[in-house]
Design a protein around this ligand. Structure first.
Ligand code: ING
Length: 313
């Protein structure tokens, strides 16, 4: 029996520094309604979808820094998104900057993403673990100061039951690290939502910049194939406040094939009907740990490294 989930990658073009949350949410609603017209089950938005990519600036004033974050979710600005999703009967994934407070009032800043189910309830939260860039301003054309603005996520890489599936999340740089995919893969993940804001032209060597689009898709395709999962990778892209960010939002199958891809660097929706059982085929066959990871396969590892095979059973 096929288990289908129709997903939309809701790519965003540039968001200006002075664009209000209300103006951004109006764009997100437009994308959601277009996706709903295709009959999707879930809409996936980018990383930091509510604001411009503010870590490109060294901001000193604490209140100004905090103005880029959400203190609660939903809130007045984002409530219309939850209401529209509930009305349309679809779920969504949203990336945003989260301000969180401990019981003793200690403040924490995270690069966060949530899964909202078809009833408008938040059924999953993830906080970005691989925080790229720098904490200090470097002598280069553009800055990438995420280490200045976000703590390392403290929620691990959980996999949630959602949309009749096992769904995980990662954010941007997380997708480049094999551990990200493997930790979710070992939990049986079938669908990964990943938003990204990937700048180029900040002053890295040209050969690195030129390969950024290739490395973007390579990360998704390898992660999906080696962990037998679908993924939806969604960009905020285009020339945002003078700096370029890549698009190429994509939907990737457990085979590693890109089955849908945005062709613009603007707000754009692409959709795909994903057969979740396609992931199951790979888990049952080529990536069947129980069947293929046999003790005798450890022989070479043991001979070459002296490593002890795992205890039997
Ligand atoms: N951005 C980038 C990313 O990992 C980057 C940082 C750009 C790393 C290009 C390597 C090459 O896609 C975020 N926000 O993580």
């Amino acid at each position: 029996m096929a288990r289908m989930i129709k997903v939309a990658a809701a790519q965003m073009g540039p968001t200006a520094r002075d664009e209000t949350r209300q103006e951004v949410v109006a764009r997100l609603l437009e994308l959601m309604r277009e996706a709903a017209g295709w009959g999707v089950d879930v809409v996936v938005y980018p990383e930091l979808a509510l604001t411009t990519f503010f870590p490109r600036w060294a901001i000193e004033d604490e209140d100004e820094i905090d103005s880029w974050y959400e203190r609660e979710m939903p809130n007045a600005a984002t409530q219309p998104l939850f209401e529209e999703a509930d009305k349309l009967g679809i779920g969504f994934h949203l990336g945003y900057a989260e301000l969180a407070f401990d019981a003793d009032g200690t403040k924490h800043r995270y690069n966060t993403a949530i899964i909202v189910d078809k009833t408008g309830a938040i059924t999953g939260k993830f906080r970005k673990i691989h925080i790229p860039g720098h904490a200090e301003v470097l002598d280069r054309p553009g800055q990438h100061l995420e280490k200045r603005y976000f703590e390392v996520g403290d929620l691990g890489f959980p996999v949630f039951r959602a949309f009749d599936s096992l769904v995980g999340m990662c954010i941007c740089n997380d997708r480049r690290w094999p551990e990200t995919w493997r930790v979710m893969g070992l939990q049986g993940v079938e669908m990964v939502f990943c938003g990204y804001n990937t700048p180029v032209g900040l002053g890295d060597p040209y050969d690195l910049d030129a390969l950024t689009p290739f490395h973007n898709h390579l990360s998704f395709q390898a992660g999906c194939y080696q962990n037998a999962t679908w993924a939806v990778g969604v960009a905020k892209c285009g020339t945002e406040e003078g700096f370029n960010m890549i698009g190429q939002s994509c939907i990737v199958a457990p085979s590693g094939e890109i089955v849908a891809q945005c062709s613009s660097i603007e707000d754009e929706v692409v959709v795909h009907q994903c057969d979740l059982n396609a992931a199951a085929e790979y888990k049952r066959d080529i990536f069947n740990f129980a069947y293929h990871r046999q003790p005798q396969h450890y022989r070479l590892i043991v001979e070459r490294t002296g490593a002890e095979p795992p205890a039997e059973g």
